[in-house]
Design a protein around this ligand. Sequence first.
Ligand code: NAP
Ligand code: FE
Length: 363
Amino acid sequence: MIKYFMPTKIFWGKNCLQESGEFLKKIGTKPLIVTGRSSAQLSGALPELMQILYTLDFTFHHYAEIEENPELEIIHKGAEIFKAQNCDFVIGIGGGSPIDAAKAISVIAANNLKEREIYEAEKIKNAFPIIAIPTTSGTGTEVTPYSVVSDREQKKKAGFGNPLMFPALTFCDPKYTFSLPEKVTIDTALDALSHLLEGIYSKKRCDFLFPLIFNGIKTIIDNLQPTLSDPKNFYFREKLMSASLYGGFVIAQSSTTLQHSIGYPLTTHYGLSHGLANGIVMQQIMELYHPAIENELISLFRYLGMSRDTFYHWLNKWLPKTKLNLPEDFIEHASIEIMGSRNMAQNTLKISQDEIKAILHRL
Ligand code: NAP
Ligand code: FE
């Protein structure tokens, strides 16, 4: 049986935020705007939102301390500010990091959660409404019920999910991605590609989403290089943003798999961006899953009009040429952490710790 749930109202296209006024009035009275240090401003989304809030006569508070792979401590600080400022909804502007932070702030504040209680599903009973304004094309968090949080003390990164964390509204305007640096454009595209592929790998896969999966993968392959050659081209940026949205639709139903679990320790210990951490294991993971999804991959590559080898050749263009040469003690420790991660439950075939170690050895 397949269950499909997608409660987010999506506004799509150039200047879509201009339509937000009447909807924001129905959501609340005072938002906490959650952003990173510079992207909300650079992308143009923050000034546009502030203008709308002034017109509506809304007061708001801006929390701009979110860094890449958002930290639990900084998120708790945001929740304290949310409560102290008497806010009643959150608006996350940015890549996955500020939007995930906004989601976590919403549930921490609504349930008075302490320390690591966000990981205890039974403690999440309420959430303040969440609005998402993406400025990257990758995570799909604008339409997922997940948030991924890093715990510096335990040197661990882990996601948690709850249907209450689907954004109520999301405003996807591709022009906000014009300012993305080349590396972030590439790495976030690899993240979206991972999500789409995981819609094939996952035990919870939704067969009727395959048209979106196949189209999303082709869209990335066709539009990544043109975007890098012409970064302010609305058409190309819109294509990449649509692939990210499709990836979000997919993992919102199917969850992520080993493909994502294996990337988390590479980010926390070696500082690899989230998308790159997915990208460098993508070929090995596809080969590992291949016996369980052979027919699906045949259909995919027929649709793409390329062989698996040609796809790997395309993929390798976006990856570093030097090897990581991971030390033995890291491989031992990380493989145990990966085996215990919640995404592992979705694998279509049984995967052993030795297979994970072998993948890490080859990086
Ligand atoms: P990000 O960590 O949000 O941002 C990466 C970098 O890009 C930051 O330096 C950011 O600057 C900058 N940036 C963002 N938008 C920009 C723009 N328009 N112009 C110029 N610079 C811009 O990157 P992300 O890949 O989107 O998010 C990664 C996070 O999302 C990870 O923690 C990952 O685990 C999580 N994730 C969540 C889900 C989910 O469903 N919840 C799914 C996949 C991944 P600032 O620091 O100034 O913002
Ligand atoms: Fe991801």
